[in-house]
Design a protein around this ligand. Structure first.
Ligand code: HEC
Length: 179
């Protein structure tokens, strides 16, 4: 603070050459003091910002591909998400995703979580709609989340998450889709 004031006075009151010298002094001081930026650096990955979906998808987009999967008829009857567009639900979904899904799918849904590395097939990269095998709209994601994908590491969350929680996660997964 003291130094800054002095700097200001010198800069304001004297010739440009002197103020240049003062700036130099300032920058050496800055590099020799411990950087607060380093100490406050996050040690865990930043959570993904929660927003609204940027990629449009009908509720049943790609859902027909899940015909042979568990729970298809039940989910089809539901028709649509009860919390579509509800940002509060999306925020809860983000927390549930970080706790339950990021270990395999990665914090940003890229399919790069440490627990997914050894799996075959690999966890889906959720950012690309075209990569979803069983629907990238809300019905498809809900069915996959609740009932899982047979014969893969993607186990259903029925019994571990309520339907309401599954829909919240669906909201969040929809926001991860970039194409
Ligand atoms: C143990 C690792 C693991 C965890 C934890 C996990 N998944 Fe998956 N997930 C997978 C794998 C493996 C696949 C790929 C399945 C396939 O290729 O058919 C997958 C695929 C998916 C898909 C894409 C399905 C499609 O249409 O292609 C969605 C959506 C999904 N998971 C949602 C979730 C959600 C939501 C959670 C958390 C509630 C979660 N997953 C937790 C392993 C995991």
């Amino acid at each position: 603070m003291k130094r800054l004031n002095k700097c200001f006075l010198v800069t304001a009151g004297l010739a440009a050459m002197l103020s240049f010298g003062c700036n130099n002094g300032g920058s050496t001081t800055a590099t020799s003091t411990p950087s607060t930026g380093t100490t406050s650096a996050p040690t865990t990955p930043e959570p993904v910002a929660v927003g609204t979906p940027t990629v449009a998808a009908a509720p049943d987009a790609g859902f027909d591909n899940a015909k042979t999967q568990k729970g298809f008829a039940d989910v089809q009857k539901l028709g649509k998400s009860p919390v579509a567009g509800d940002v509060e639900a999306t925020k809860k979904g983000a927390e549930l995703f970080a706790t339950n899904c990021a270990s395999c799918h990665g914090p940003g849904g890229m399919g790069d979580g440490p627990a997914g590395m050894a799996l075959n097939p690999k966890p889906r990269n959720m950012t690309n709609s075209a990569d979803y095998k069983y629907g990238h709209g809300e019905l498809g994601i809900f069915r996959t989340t609740k009932y899982g994908v047979e014969g893969t590491g993607m186990a259903g969350w029925e019994g571990r998450m309520t339907d309401e929680e599954c829909w919240q996660v669906v909201n969040f997964v929809r926001t991860l889709q970039k194409s």
